[in-house]
Design a protein around this ligand. Structure first.
Ligand SMILES: Nc1nc2c(ncn2[C@@H]2O[C@H](COP(=O)(O)OP(=O)(O)O)[C@@H](O)[C@H]2O)c(=O)[nH]1
Ligand SMILES: [Mg+2]
Length: 65
């Protein structure tokens, strides 16, 4: 486990503790539901590089909604 994992774990523990203190243990399911859905809101920038004709445009077109 590297330092970043530890930091993240500590932050998560503190956040969970705060949530339980505020909302009670019975609402913990909501906490995880919200927490696990957060990845959907994260903005991700992707760069595609490569030689001409290797399929960059096709790849970009296929992953676009
Ligand atoms: N066999 C194969 N051909 C592909 C694939 N992706 C793209 N191509 C073909 O490779 C050619 C070049 O693709 P393109 O997306 O224009 O490449 P770009 O120059 O990197 O943008 C096109 O004729 C595509 O149909 C693939 O995954 N497999
Ligand atoms: Mg292209």
């Amino acid at each position: 486990m590297d330092l970043m994992d530890r930091d993240w774990e500590k932050l998560t523990q503190e956040e969970m503790k705060r949530y339980v203190e505020e909302h009670g243990l019975s609402r913990i399911k909501e906490y995880f539901k919200t927490k696990l859905a957060r990845w959907q809101e994260v903005e991700v920038n992707i760069a595609i590089t490569g030689d001409s004709g290797v399929g960059k445009s096709s790849f970009i077109n296929s992953i676009r909604e």
